[in-house]
Design a protein around this ligand. Structure first.
Ligand code: PLP
Length: 427
């Protein structure tokens, strides 16, 4: 159930766009950069954040807002904003509460792009980060905190490590140190896990993956639970709790209450940095969301069948799939994702890196693409592709074995997928 009592299946179809009498049944694409007003004062009030309304698509657009509101309801949040990519979502989620001189803590077993964001780009901007072992005890995690720590970050299911985050443990430690937990929920999607129910404060998505689901549109989303009390920790988050001189001295927590965090992200970050999705892409994302509740369970069912097949093969050296009994993260997966985890499996062949490349070249149905989590089965070798920039040491720290094959199981016939794998292994 979503928080206003509707089943998530219904929200996938009907959330976001609520047409009034005579309006389009389907969410329209408001492909317009700008919006017209009858008098100048009215538009002035919008610029002062005194009135709600649209004036320029970089700040807000009705198509984008409707889709953000659907994702917000699916996650059980209070406010959400779409971004032009998952990278932009994670960057803004952090930059909204961190600045030069601050520090963030992240699980080490995250997406390669996010590792680069933390260790290269944020670092250049003067924001330091500490990468921690997600399986570390609370006592060990405590040691990573500094007086200037402003956020803790992790992925529900790491891409491609498939490490399941112990969200409750991370939330408890973060809250003990008076900072929010940000969880990238891309792989699980709100169909399988709602991190807010376990103490996460902010959720991010690369909507590019299962949410779009058809590999048409790169996009991202930030959702706020409204649960983190910025005011109580005002000394740490002055950007939210003290006057913003670029908006005539408004104080976000005073004026927008539980929507302070998302309003600030829109008013400051989108205003100054851009990174909004095009309304056309949001429309396509919405079409994907309309079947998310049907596709995600099928991805999980198919992946489990493929994982079970791989685990019977002599030539497979190891396999990681949290949905599989015996997997290191199976118990955490059952706790946080009782209905299923995701469609992504990682495994290694006994022949290592070389055998991985050969196997991939022998696949016919599964395509080699830089993508995961769309309807078509696809395959990638992280060490030669997404994580190419990392050293072998960083690869291991990120949970990526150089022999790792990342298989994104699609929603074709599971028998056909297994047959394709069989013939490629036996070539
Ligand atoms: C793909 C991905 C991202 C980056 O998203 P883009 O939409 O490609 O920018 C971030 N986090 C996770 C977990 C991802 O899988």
């Amino acid at each position: 159930m979503s928080q206003n009592g509707r089943s998530r299946d219904t929200v996938c179809i009907q959330g976001g766009w609520q047409p009034k009498s005579g309006q389009a049944r389907v969410l329209p694409i408001f492909q317009s950069t700008t919006f017209k007003y009858d008098d100048s004062d009215q538009m002035g009030r919008l610029f002062d954040l005194e009135d709600e309304g649209y004036f320029y698509t970089r700040l807000a657009n009705p198509t984008n807002d409707a889709v953000a509101s659907k994702i917000c309801e699916l996650e059980g949040g209070v406010a959400a904003i779409l971004t032009s990519s998952g990278q932009a979502a994670n960057f803004y989620a952090l930059l909204n509460i961190c600045e030069k001189g601050d520090h963030v803590i992240s699980s080490a077993t995250i997406y390669g792009g996010s590792t680069n964001l933390f260790t290269v780009t944020l670092k250049k901007m003067g924001i330091e980060s500490t990468l921690v072992d997600p399986d570390a005890s609370e006592e060990e995690l405590e040691k990573a905190f500094k007086p200037n720590t402003k956020a803790v970050f992790g992925e529900t299911i790491g891409n491609p490590s498939l490490v399941v985050l112990d969200i409750e443990k991370f939330a408890e430690v973060a809250h003990r140190h008076r900072v929010p937990l940000i969880v990238d929920n891309t792989f699980a999607t709100p169909i399988n896990c709602r991190p807010f129910e376990w103490g996460a404060d902010i959720v991010t998505h690369s909507t590019t993956k299962y949410m779009d689901g058809h590999a048409t549109s790169v996009g991202g989303c930030i959702v706020d639970s409204g649960n983190f009390d910025w005011k109580a920790h005002g000394d740490r988050y002055p950007g939210l709790t003290t006057p913003d001189e670029s908006y005539h001295g408004i104080v976000y927590t005073e004026k927008f209450g539980k929507k302070a965090y998302i309003t600030k992200a829109t008013a400051q970050l989108m205003r100054d940095l851009g990174s909004i999705p095009s309304p056309m892409n949001s429309f396509l994302l919405n079409l994907g969301l309309e079947t998310l509740h049907l596709r995600v369970p099928r991805h999980c069912e198919n992946a489990l069948k493929v994982a079970r097949y791989l685990s019977t093969r002599e030539d497979v050296a190891w396999i990681k799939y949290p949905g599989l009994k015996g997997d290191k993260y199976h118990d955490l997966a059952k706790k946080y994702m009782p209905d299923g985890t995701c469609g992504v499996i990682s495994f290694g062949l006994k022949g290592g890196r070389e055998a991985a490349v050969k196997f991939m070249d022998g696949l016919k149905l599964a395509a080699i693409v830089t993508h995961v989590a769309d309807a078509r089965t696809s395959v990638l070798h992280p060490a030669s592709h997404t994580h190419r920039q990392l050293t072998d040491e960083q690869l291991v720290e990120a949970g990526v074995d150089p022999s790792m094959i990342r298989l994104s199981v699609g929603i074709e016939s599971p028998e056909d997928i297994v047959e394709d794998i069989r013939q490629a292994l036996e070539r």
